[in-house]
Design a protein around this ligand. Structure first.
Ligand code: 5AD
Ligand code: FES
Length: 355
């Protein structure tokens, strides 16, 4: 086997840098080379996390969104999307069953829904923290002011997910309507970090017009931001969006990018996403075997699951929380990994778990 590829992989890990050319070489490697890449990524993940996988209970609490991103199924322009909001009681009841199922992190995700004003979010977050002091709360509710983020943090939210979607200005404009801006998105991420959140950014792989250079720009941006979490998954077309007939992103490329990210960010929390599991029935297992260490099963009540459809074909919309949790535990065990029963904070962020 050609030593050149092994050297490249080692060099990415050592230098914590990859050139545009190096990235292309890795993303376009042969299947044999891919094994070298994945093995290196697994080894790095094991160094910090052993074979532990963290579960996050995802609560999709509102499908209303004021934004109109061209790729997303719950964009406001999609008149066919069914809209719902969970009440505070319903959210708390998801957490109740979630903790019983062993979850120690709840991710509250929703569209950008003005109904959930800061006060409402703060009230939900502090109620969860009060009832589940050993659990972490992650918010994933889009762009807000720095002041709002500060209030969420004070209410007890410790983590925030906000994918940047693309770090390239021109590409960003092709994925979003004119009223949205990459500049503000980046500002939000830096604000969140400065406040003290564990912050997650990320992209979709294979969005329309995305080039290898864009992915390289994403990496450069991430190296600068130093996020604690990185969410990536393949783009999957949603039929009722402007990108409805665009081709889906490649699973292979997503897996290879996961591995590169693991080499560049050894301690990062890296989910094998639901989109990856949708694009390939074994996608989440393959993601873990390419260096991912987080899974985010759905905790949303069964009656709303089929309504939070960012893309077509989403898996687990017919399953309940208990089914998804036990299904994922089995899947993790089957590939020789183990589900952690801790909160799964970033290694640099180990706090007392409230005990
Ligand atoms: N395919 C894959 N992922 C999508 N997301 C939104 N729409 C799609 C799609 N069509 C991702 C975005 C967003 C996250 C919550 O879901 O990256 O940040
Ligand atoms: Fe939902 Fe397997 S994770 S059924």
């Amino acid at each position: 086997m050609d030593k050149e590829f092994e050297f490249l992989v080692e060099e990415i890990l050592r230098a914590k840098h990859v050139s545009g050319e190096g990235l292309r070489r890795v993303l376009e490697c042969s299947d044999g080379e891919e094994e070298i890449l994945f093995a290196a990524a697994r080894e790095v993940a094991e160094r910090y996390f052993s074979k532990e996988i963290y579960l996050r209970g995802l609560i999709e609490f509102t499908s209303y969104c004021k934004n109109d991103c061209f790729y997303c199924g719950i964009r406001r322009g999609n008149g066919k999307a069914e809209r719902y909001r969970l009440t505070e009681e319903e959210i708390l009841s998801c957490c109740e069953s979630g903790e019983a199922l062993g979850f120690r992190t709840f991710v509250l995700q929703g569209g950008e829904d003005p109904y959930f004003k800061d006060d409402r979010i703060c009230s939900i977050v502090s109620a969860i923290r009060e009832r589940h002091p050993h659990c972490a709360v992650t918010l994933s509710i889009g762009e807000r002011s720095c002041e709002s983020y500060r209030r969420f943090f004070e209410a007890g939210a410790e983590r925030y997910l906000l994918r940047h979607e693309t770090a390239d200005e021109a590409h960003y404009r092709r994925l979003h309507p004119a009223e949205m801006s990459l500049e503000n998105r980046k500002k939000c991420l830096y604000d969140l970090k400065a406040i003290g959140f564990q912050v997650g950014c990320g992209i979709m792989v294979g969005t329309p017009y995305q080039t290898m250079e864009h992915i390289h720009e994403d990496i450069v941006f991430m190296l600068e931001l130093e996020p604690h979490m990185i969410g990536i998954g393949p783009f999957i077309a949603h039929k009722d969006t402007p990108f409805g007939s665009e081709p889906d992103g490649s699973v292979k490329r997503t897996l290879r990018l996961l591995a590169v990210l693991r080499l560049l960010f050894p301690k990062v929390l890296l989910p094998a996403t639901t989109a990856l599991g949708t694009a390939d029935p074994m996608g989440r297992e393959k993601g873990i075997l390419a260096g991912a260490n987080v899974l985010m099963p759905n905790l949303s009540p069964p009656d709303v699951r089929g309504k939070y459809l960012l893309y077509d074909g989403k898996i687990c919309t017919g399953e309940g929380a208990a089914e998804c949790s036990s299904c994922l535990r089995q899947r993790v065990e089957r590939i020789g990994y183990h589900v952690s029963d801790t909160r799964g904070d970033h290694p640099d962020f180990m706090k007392s778990s409230g005990e």
